[in-house]
Design a protein around this ligand. Structure first.
Ligand code: MN
Length: 286
């Protein structure tokens, strides 16, 4: 199932020929009171939401996708956690030997670890990327984004994929420079998620997806998730050895080569096999 959030917090079912407004299905989410849970309640109830949608196949207006403003498919993630550069094309071609390579893999995850992006940086495909510091180089990074569906700590490699609710296209927008990643990657609008969530059941081979990012029509990044150095189960297992993963947490799996600068006036188009594509403008902030 493909689910989008749009306009004034409406929920949509994405179909081949348009969007069906299935906001009625949000009624399965339990009412809660302060202090609210530190996870995303839509993602936590995703199975029940889907069941409700399937139970009322004729309910909900059809909407033209071009007429809606897409929001992030996750409204309230507890955290955005992310892998640094995570594609083989970035490694020295010389370390092609499998044994050497597997040691490099282990070393890489131990050396660089993961990082967090502020949840306040998150936007959907219907927004714009704001350039807050035009004097600094700001780069695009396309990444497969994994949306966690089930809480867990010390998750094993074998069970890691059971914790995945679905996938989206992620853009990890980044100011280059010496400061900590959490600062340079957490500006408002610097985490794009969209255009919608595709449930895990619809993505049979998440490690064989083509990614492509263009800026003003020029291809900048083109890769396939088969070349991820640290794959999705390993990222989930590693992350959960440090912090509990919660429904709605978003994992940015790292970017392939080809990152480059963006400036106000650019338009980014990003696509991943089976997840759709999104177009987002780059604008001057303030
Ligand atoms: Mn990144």
């Amino acid at each position: 199932m493909r689910l989008c959030r749009f306009d004034e917090n409406r929920l949509g079912l994405v179909l081949a020929d348009g969007i069906r407004d299935v906001t009625f299905a949000l009624s399965v989410i339990p009412q809660s009171t302060y202090p609210f849970p530190r996870h995303d309640m839509l993602i936590a109830q995703l199975a029940e939401v889907q069941e409700r949608i399937l139970g009322e196949p004729d309910r909900g207006d059809r909407i033209d996708p071009d007429e809606v403003t897409l929001l992030s498919p996750v409204a309230n993630p507890g955290k955005l956690f992310a892998a640094p550069v995570n594609y083989k094309a970035h490694l020295d071609e010389a370390i092609a030997d499998e044994e050497t390579f597997s040691r490099a893999h282990v070393r890489q995850i131990q050396e660089t670890g993961l990082f967090l992006k502020a949840t306040s940086s998150l936007i959907g495909a219907g927004s714009a990327i704001n350039i807050w510091h035009p004097d600094r180089r700001t780069d695009h990074e396309i990444e497969l984004a994994v949306i966690i569906g089930k809480s867990g700590r010390d998750i094993t490699l074998e069970s890691a994929m059971d914790h995945v609710a679905g996938y989206s296209i992620g853009l990890d927008i980044t100011i280059r420079g010496p400061e900590e990643r959490s600062l340079r990657k957490s500006l408002d609008s610097y985490s794009v998620l969209g255009p919608w969530l595709v449930t895990a059941a619809e993505v049979s081979a998440p490690h064989a997806l083509d990614l492509e990012l263009t800026v003003d029509g020029e291809v900048r990044q083109r890769a396939n998730t088969r070349d991820l150095i640290i794959d999705i189960p390993a990222l989930i297992s590693f992350a959960s050895s440090f912090y509990t993963l919660e429904p709605g947490d978003v994992l940015y799996t790292g970017t392939p080569e080809g990152v480059g600068p963006i400036v106000p006036g650019n338009e980014i188009e990003a696509s991943i096999t089976g997840l759709g594509s999104l177009k987002i403008p780059v604008e001057q902030a303030r």
